[in-house]
Design a protein around this ligand. Structure first.
Ligand SMILES: *[C@@H]1O[C@H](CO)[C@@H](O)[C@H](O)[C@H]1NC(C)=O
Ligand SMILES: *[C@@H]1O[C@H](CO)[C@@H](O)[C@H](O)[C@H]1NC(C)=O
Ligand SMILES: *[C@@H]1O[C@H](CO)[C@@H](O)[C@H](O)[C@H]1NC(C)=O
Ligand SMILES: *[C@@H]1O[C@H](CO)[C@@H](O)[C@H](O)[C@H]1NC(C)=O
Ligand SMILES: *[C@@H]1O[C@H](CO)[C@@H](O)[C@H](O)[C@H]1NC(C)=O
Length: 485
C-alpha cells in the first residue's frame, strides 16, 4: 500500500501529519453496500462551476432611508420579468421590515459581507426565500423492483415490467415502510415518559428521486446511485413516475451580510418570532445557490425545504451572538430537507454557550447531500442528521464534532437518523458513528480529540486518509473536469 502525507491543523494549532490510502471504490459491506456517489450534490450536480460572482450586474440599488423591502422586491421582480440577472446592492445598510422572494433567474448580490448589510427586524417568517410556491406533483407507481436486495450505491436493478418506463423519465425509487422493517430496526418499542413513540409509521414512503438513463430488457439504469437499500425481505421496492413541477431555478443570494436586531440568538425554540430562517430555498426549487454571506443573530440560518434539489451553499458564516436557551431544545444552523445539497466552506461561530446543531437533515431526506470543509467553533456542537432515516450524507475535511447515530426516544422517537452516512477526514472533539441494524454508516480518517466511538464501519481513527477529499475524487472519477482550487 502506498502511503502519502496529508496535514490537518487542529484548533490548538497542533498538526497531525499522517495518512492512510483508502480505495473508496472498494469500500463495500458484506451485503454489497458501497459508498454513495456524493459528487452529484450541488448546483447542476456539481457538473459546472457556480456563475461568476463578478459578472456585470443587470441593475443596481443604493441604500436610502427607511424600509427597503418593497424597493428590492420590485427591482428583483422586474429583472426576472426581463429574463433575469443580478441585482447589485451597493455598499451600505438596507433596512428590511418584511420578507423578500428571489424569483427565477435572479440574483441578489451585495458588494461584500463587510460592505452590504441587510438589517432585519424579525424572523417570524423566512426573511429571504429563493424560488416561488408550486403545487406538489402526483407520483404514480408503475412497476415493482424484482431484485432481492438492491444495495446502497446501486445504479442498476431489475423491475417487473420495464415497458412502462422510458429513458429520461423522472422517477421515485420508493418503498413503503413496513412494521417488520421497523421491528427489525429495533424501533418498535420506543417509550418516552410512559408513552409509546412512533419512529416512522407503516406506509410512509422512503423516496429517492432519480432519472432513468437506460433500459435493457427489464433492467433499468438510473443517473445517481441509490443512497438507501431495498431489501425484499422487509419491503417492496417500486418505481413510480412523476413530472417535476415547473419551479424556480438559477437564483442566488451572495456577497452580503444579514443581521437580525433584536437578535434571536439565545431565544427558546417556542418563540415564534424566531423560528424562521435568514435564507430559505422553497420546495422544488433547483440549481440555485447561497454564497459568501455573514449571517448574525438568527436562531435558524439556512433551510433547504423538501424536494428542492441541486443547491450549493458556499462560504456562509453563521454567528450566534448569545448563549442558547436550551430549555426547549437546540436550534439548527443549516437544515437540509431537500436533496443534492452541497454545503461547502461554511462556519458556525458562537459564544461558548451558543449550543446548536451546525448541519442537520430531516425525516426521510434522500441523499446525496454533502458537507465539505465545515468549521464549528463551539466544540460541543455536533453535526448530526436529526431524525428518522435520512440517507446518503457526507461530512468531509471538517473540523467539527459529529454524530451519525440512533437518537432513540429523543424528540418524539427520532430513532435511527441516517443510513449511508460517511464521515471522511473529520477532526472534532467528539465523534460517534453507529451503523443501524439494517444499514451502514462509514467513518474514514475520523479523529476524535476527546472521544470516538460507535459500531460504524471505521477506517483509520488516528490519522487522516487519502484521498483527502472523497467528493472531489468521486467528481473526477465520473469525468467532471473541475477541481477544488
Ligand atoms: C412573506 O412571507 C409570507 C408568509 O410566509 C408569504 O406568504 C409571502 O409570500 C412572503 N412574501 C414574499 C415577497 O416573499
Ligand atoms: C464574518 O463573520 C466572522 C465571524 O464573526 C468574522 O470573522 C468575519 O470577519 C466576517 N466576515 C466579514 C467579511 O465580515
Ligand atoms: C407490485 O406487486 C404487488 C404484489 O404482486 C401488486 O399488488 C402491485 O400491484 C404491484 N405494483 C405495481 C406498481 O405493479
Ligand atoms: C450497532 O449498535 C446498535 C446498538 O447501539 C445496534 O442497535 C445495532 O444493531 C448495531 N449495528 C450493527 C450493524 O450491528
Ligand atoms: C471552497 O473554497 C475553496 C477556496 O475558496 C474553493 O476553491 C472551493 O471551490 C470551495 N468549494 C466549493 C465546493 O465551492
Amino acid at each position: 500500500m502506498k502511503w502519502t502525507l496529508a496535514t490537518i491543523t487542529l484548533s490548538n494549532a497542533m498538526s497531525i501529519v499522517v495518512a492512510v490510502n483508502v480505495h473508496h471504490s472498494s469500500i463495500t459491506s458484506p451485503r454489497g453496500d458501497r459508498l454513495p456517489d456524493f459528487s452529484f450534490a450541488g448546483y447542476h450536480s456539481s457538473n459546472i462551476d457556480l456563475p461568476s460572482i463578478n459578472s456585470p450586474p443587470s441593475s443596481t440599488l443604493s441604500p436610502t432611508s427607511g424600509d427597503q423591502t418593497a424597493r428590492i422586491q420590485a427591482a428583483l421582480d422586474s429583472l426576472s420579468d426581463a429574463g433575469g440577472g443580478a441585482l447589485l446592492l451597493t455598499e451600505g445598510k438596507y433596512e428590511l421590515d418584511s420578507n423578500i422572494t428571489i424569483p427565477i433567474g435572479t440574483v441578489l448580490r451585495g458588494s461584500g459581507p463587510s460592505q452590504t448589510f441587510l438589517l432585519a427586524k424579525s424572523a417570524a417568517v423566512d426573511l429571504i426565500t429563493l424560488g416561488g410556491q408550486v403545487a406538489t406533483p402526483r407520483v404514480t407507481p408503475l412497476t415493482n423492483i424484482t431484485d432481492c436486495y438492491v444495495p446502497i450505491g446501486a445504479s442498476t436493478f431489475g423491475v417487473a415490467d420495464a415497458s412502462k418506463l422510458s429513458v429520461g423519465q423522472s422517477v421515485m425509487v420508493q418503498r413503503a415502510v413496513t412494521d417488520s422493517w421497523v421491528t427489525a430496526m429495533g424501533m418498535d418499542d420506543l417509550v418516552r415518559d410512559g408513552k409509546k413513540q412512533t419512529w416512522i409509521a407503516a406506509g410512509k414512503l422512503v423516496r429517492q428521486p432519480r432519472t432513468i438513463m437506460a433500459i435493457v430488457g427489464n433492467s433499468i439504469n438510473i443517473d445517481i446511485p441509490l443512497t438507501d437499500t431495498v431489501d425484499s425481505q422487509y419491503m417492496r421496492g417500486v418505481v413510480a413516475t412523476y413530472t417535476p413541477p415547473s419551479a424556480s431555478s438559477e437564483s442566488g443570494i451572495e456577497n452580503l451580510a444579514i443581521t437580525l436586531n433584536p437578535s434571536c440568538s439565545g431565544r427558546v425554540l417556542s418563540d415564534t418570532t424566531c423560528t424562521a430562517s435568514a435564507v430559505a430555498v422553497r420546495s422544488w426549487t433547483t440549481d440555485s445557490w447561497i454564497r459568501n454571506l455573514n449571517l448574525t443573530g438568527f436562531n435558524f440560518f439556512v433551510t433547504i425545504h423538501s424536494n428542492a434539489a441541486r443547491i450549493t451553499i458556499d462560504r456562509v458564516s453563521m454567528i450566534r451572538d448569545q448563549d442558547s436557551n436550551v430549555a426547549s431544545g437546540l436550534p439548527e444552523d443549516i437544515v437540509i430537507e431537500g436533496t443534492q445539497v452541497l454545503v461547502s466552506n461554511c462556519s458556525s461561530y458562537g459564544t461558548p454557550g451558543a449550543r446548536a446543531f451546525p448541519v442537520v437533515t430531516g425525516s426521510l431526506v434522500p441523499g446525496p447531500n454533502a458537507v465539505l470543509n465545515h468549521y464549528t467553533e463551539v466544540p460541543s456542537n455536533f453535526i448530526a442528521p436529526h431524525q428518522r432515516w435520512a440517507h446518503g450524507f457526507l461530512v468531509e475535511n471538517s473540523r467539527t464534532s459529529l454524530k451519525l447515530y440512533n437518537r432513540g426516544t429523543l424528540g418524539t422517537g427520532q430513532g435511527w437518523t441516517i443510513n449511508a452516512g460517511v464521515a471522511w477526514n473529520v477532526v472534532g472533539q467528539d465523534i460517534l458513528v453507529e451503523s443501524p441494524p439494517m444499514g451502514v454508516n462509514w467513518c474514514a480518517g475520523c479523529i476524535g480529540t476527546d472521544s470516538i466511538g460507535g459500531n460504524g464501519s471505521f477506517f483509520s481513527t488516528d490519522r487522516t486518509v487519502l484521498p483527502e477529499s472523497l467528493f472531489w475524487t468521486q467528481l473526477s472519477a465520473r469525468g467532471v473536469g473541475r477541481s477544488s482550487t
